[in-house]
Write a protein that binds this ligand. Structure first.
Ligand SMILES: Nc1nc2c(ncn2[C@@H]2O[C@H](COP(=O)(O)OP(=O)(O)O)[C@@H](O)[C@H]2O)c(=O)[nH]1
Ligand SMILES: [Mg+2]
Length: 321
């Protein structure tokens, strides 16, 4: 573990992928390294990019990475979207630009399976973001699928959320109704080269509340992510939002919300794991007894809870990893 951290600090290119793999599968060595690294995290600009499939999120992430490199910022990309990996669905030009990124030591690209959850974040995503942060990437881009309500998690993990829209995906009213715009710190209307983009941007601007003094004013920006046009302005808005978070003190609130979600998710996952372990093989019978009126539901609940290690259950408390 100390070795891994030393390698990370020396900039050994193999250290970060290794750490991420260990952390993704919650390997004890990886978790120990992350625990040691955790105090130095919390500084990176963690940017979530969400929006309907096909809106151009992957293309925008690529273009943002290029804009960051042009500004001499190192950048890490975490794609939380197995159906559309960061290089997937791209036309030839996109693929060539991705190859530039892969060859650039200032860019780190990784994807993480969302483990069957539709949209939402992989359980390991938060831990992996901490690793990228600890490795010193000042900018971390998270691409996630955003199908309505499922994408809401991204606003917990990210410090800045970009909601990507494109013409031809409804008139913007759908997004307004789905509430997805509410999580956006920056709204991007991509495919500005297509008809309807300007109109969509106008509709979105019209739907936004006027900010109170000192509040963040959500910009609506037009991009052609495929050509890169308008993308440096998105990067500027990201950096400006980061400065606003710091100046307004809002950053403390966001870090708190993220910490709360991560801790409570962790507790829930661990309880679920213990529940599965404790009831393996016996749950079917317990449910049958309740269904057949042999056991009252309340008694079954209490019996299961009493059998959970560490919850006042039997002395067979086993620490799981
Ligand atoms: N015309 C046009 N097409 C774009 C633009 N950005 C992305 N695309 C294309 O839209 C399709 C979906 O893009 P992708 O980035 O995979 O979308 P995602 O599913 O949101 O990640 C791809 O064929 C892209 O090449 C753009 O600004 N203009
Ligand atoms: Mg994509």
């Amino acid at each position: 573990m100390a070795d891994l951290i030393a390698q990370l600090d020396e900039g050994n290119p193999r250290a970060l992928p290794r750490l991420l793999s260990l952390v993704e599968r919650r390997d004890p060595a990886g978790m120990a390294a992350l625990a040691a690294l955790y105090p130095r995290t919390g500084k990176a600009a963690v940017v979530g990019i969400t929006g309907a499939p096909g809106a151009g999120k992957s293309t925008l992430v690529n273009a943002l990475a290029h804009a960051a490199r042009a500004a001499e910022m190192r950048v890490a990309i975490l794609a939380i979207d197995p159906s559309s990996p960061v290089s997937g669905g791209a036309v030839l030009g996109d693929r060539i630009r991705m190859m530039d990124l892969h060859a650039d030591p200032g860019v780190f690209i990784r994807s993480v399976a969302s483990k069957g959850r539709t949209g939402g974040l992989a359980p390991a995503a938060a831990a992996m973001v901490h690793c990228l942060d600890a490795a010193g990437y000042p900018l971390i881009l998270l691409e996630t699928v955003g199908a309505g309500q499922d994408s809401i998690d991204i606003d917990v993990l990210a410090r800045t959320v970009i909601v990507v829209q494109a013409p031809g995906f409804g008139d913007g009213v759908q997004a307004i109704k789905a509430g997805i715009l509410e999580i956006g710190d920056i709204l991007v209307v991509n495919k500005a080269d297509l008809p309807g983009a300007r109109e969509l941007a106008r509709t979105l601007r019209g739907s936004l509340d006027h900010p109170e003094p000192g509040e963040w004013e959500v910009p609506v920006l037009l991009t052609d992510a495929a050509s890169g046009e308008g993308v440096p302005a998105v990067l500027d808005a990201v950096l400006q939002h980061g400065r606003w978070l710091a100046q307004s003190g809002e950053i403390a609130q966001r870090l708190r919300v993220a910490a709360s979600a991560e801790v409570l998710d962790g507790v829930r996952n661990e309880l679920q794991r213990r529940l599965n372990a404790a009831t393996a093989g016996s749950l079917d019978q317990v449910i049958s007894d309740v269904a057949a009126r042999r056991t009252p539901p309340e008694d079954a609940v209490n019996a299961i809870l009493a059998s959970l290690p560490g919850l006042g259950g039997a002395a067979s408390d086993q620490r799981g990893g």
